[in-house]
Structures are given as C-alpha cells and as structure tokens.
Write a protein that binds this ligand. Sequence first.
Ligand code: HEC
Length: 210
Amino acid sequence: MNIELAKQGQALFTEHCADCHQPRNGKVYDNLGTSMKRAYVVGTLLNYAARKELYDNCSPDTTIKLYGQDIKPCAEFEGVSLTGKKDLLMSPNAEHHGYNARPLSGIWAQAPYLHNGTVPTVYHLLVPDERPASFIKSRLDYDKKYLGYSWNPQQATGKNEGYMFQTNAIPALSNKGHDKDIVEGKRTYRLNWSGDKHGAFAIIEYLKTL
Ligand code: HEC
C-alpha cells in the first residue's frame, strides 16, 4: 500500500466517482454506453404477471396458521404496512431501464467488471483504450497492479486454470461503456483516464482500501 498515492486517489474519487458510487443510491443510469441488453430483465408482461401473482397469492389480508396462531405474512415489511401498495410491488419498467452504481467496497475481489463481466481489471475500466477484446477468466491468482484476477493469456501461471473469454462474441458481451466523461448539471465526471495514468493508479490505490 502507498498511503500518499491512496490519498490522492481519494480526492479524485470524491470529485469524479462518489456522487454515483454512494451507498443506497437508488438511481439507475442508462447514459454510460454499457450494453443495455440486461437492463430489461423483466418485460412488461412478466412485470404485470408477477405483480398480480404476488398480491393474489399473498396479499396484506392473507392469513395462515402457524403453530396454532393466525399470521399475516404479507401484511408489512420492516414495520411498514403493505396495504394498498400493490402498485409498488414492482416499479414500472421505464423506471429501472439502466444499471445501479453500487458502493465499491471490496471491489478488488469482484473482477471482472461491469454487469456483464467484460472488463478484466479496474485499470482496464479506467483506461478503456487498453481493454482487451479477449482475456482469461476464472483464474485464481491475482494481478495486484491492475486489480483483477490474472487475465493475460501471455502470463502463464503453470496451473492451466481458466478459459478464454471473448467480449466480441455477441452484442450482450460488449466491453464498451463507462468510458466517456459524463456531464450532469454543472459537474463533469471523468470516466476515461487513458490520458492520466497517474490518476488512474491513484484511484486504484484508494479503491484497495475500501
Ligand atoms: C454517472 C455515474 C457514475 C460515475 C460518475 C462513475 N460511475 Fe462507475 N459505474 C456506474 C454505473 C451505473 C456502473 C454499472 C455499469 C454497468 O454494469 O453496466 C458503474 C460501474 C463501475 C465499476 C464496476 C462495478 C462492478 O461491480 O462491476 C467500477 C469499478 C466503477 N464503476 C468505478 C468507478 C470509478 C473509479 C469512477 C470515478 C473515476 C466511477 N466509477 C464513476 C456509474 C458511475
């Protein structure tokens, strides 16, 4: 660990990343250019059917007997009554067309990155110009410099682990996105650090501490 570098990274993270990657950020983002193929996991019909099914099977009035007692298992959630909240069971599709920006604690262990696992290391996420079209997945040894499991077919581990993964096999496996500056209101968030490798490594050093 290089604490000085991590501090520089913390400042950059606060400026360019933290507004999105904060705990309980309920927003979804569809403006980062990553593949949208998984953003509509639940179609309109399925959404309707699930809502109906859920509420019909277990409404706030549904009563079951458990150990001789009358229990209403679907009457409340964390102390809040669910009566009259059928429409909240699943929000309309248009409201979740995109991806969450999750808090990045323990992110070093969550490679490969993006919802479709197409970017092998944090370095490649921050330096999109160098993202490999194919890389080795499922190796257990670790690339401490770039932050991700060993991915480079040129680096033999001698263990014959993993398999070659092709990001250009089908559109849903695209490794594009999270690679251009994002402007929101008066703020500009830098997502492409290809021109500032020192900044990229500072952010990487900070992310190791989360
Ligand atoms: C405008 C909001 C926004 C900003 C700013 C932003 N991100 Fe993200 N980030 C996202 C979203 C949304 C995703 C998920 C995208 C996907 O999976 O398709 C993501 C994904 C990631 C991932 C992969 C997470 C995973 O589990 O695979 C990492 C790592 C990451 N961002 C780091 C950063 C860093 C570092 C910065 C600052 C330099 C940053 N992000 C700035 C919204 C943002």
